[in-house]
Design a protein around this ligand. Structure first.
Ligand SMILES: N=c1c2ncn([C@@H]3O[C@H](COP(=O)(O)OP(=O)(O)OP(=O)(O)O)[C@@H](O)[C@H]3O)c2ncn1[C@@H]1O[C@H](COP(=O)(O)O)[C@@H](O)[C@H]1O
Ligand SMILES: [Mg+2]
Ligand SMILES: [Zn+2]
Length: 166
């Protein structure tokens, strides 16, 4: 974190994970980051509950999100701290941050400037559904639940590399 190189200088401190009871029933934030230093984050629309994104944070992204009230993630495809909307203006304003029982998953409830959270141009990253019970042979055919894009990624992101990796 720029100008605050040591974790003790960060504006938000996490508690140590000293007991199951403290983690599950206590009142201190003691997040569990995985071996790569990451924690999964599910982000929903604060008004509608719609799931918008599944992302990851490192400790710095979580601290910055708490500090700024705007969603910050760790981009695994671009290997950098990612302030969502820094390029596109599609900032996610955090209404509430929740942590799950064992504190190894984060839930962000957000309002989104511009109404879209997906780099493909849709409102939600989960813009397609998988039909239940369709057992025809061949690949499962997806159904588009969102049919119009909120924005045109080519206009917004230009020639930036597409983060979707095959
Ligand atoms: N803007 C987005 C963006 N919005 C939503 N998402 C979704 O966020 C999820 C996490 O993205 P990551 O890049 O962290 O990828 P990952 O899932 O960790 O890594 P993979 O294993 O999938 O490669 C994915 O489901 C993405 O589809 C985005 N992923 C990438 N971007 C890129 O971020 C850059 C900045 O965009 P803004 O933040 O909108 O300014 C642009 O280059 C965009 O292409
Ligand atoms: Mg992904
Ligand atoms: Zn997406």
């Amino acid at each position: 974190m720029k100008g605050r190189e040591h974790i003790d200088e960060w504006p938000v401190q996490f508690a140590p994970r000293l007991s199951v009871e403290a983690v599950e029933e206590g009142t201190l934030l003691a997040p569990k980051f995985n071996a790569e230093g990451l924690i999964p984050v599910v982000t929903t629309n604060a008004s509608t509950g719609e799931v918008l994104m599944m992302g990851t944070m490192n400790a710095e992204a979580l601290v910055r999100t708490i500090e700024a009230g705007e969603a910050h993630y760790w981009s695994r495809s671009r290997h950098c701290l990612w302030h969502k909307g820094a390029t596109s203006g599609l900032i996610q304003r955090v209404v509430e941050i929740r942590v799950d029982d064992d504190q190894d998953a984060i839930w962000l409830r957000v309002d989104v400037d511009g109404g879209a959270s997906c780099h493909v141009g849709y409102r939600s990253c989960f813009y397609r559904s998988v039909p239940i019970g369709s057992l025809n042979s061949g690949p499962v055919k997806l159904r588009f639940e969102e049919t119009t894009k909120v924005f045109d990624p080519e206009v917004i992101y230009g020639d930036a590399p597409n983060p979707t990796q095959l």
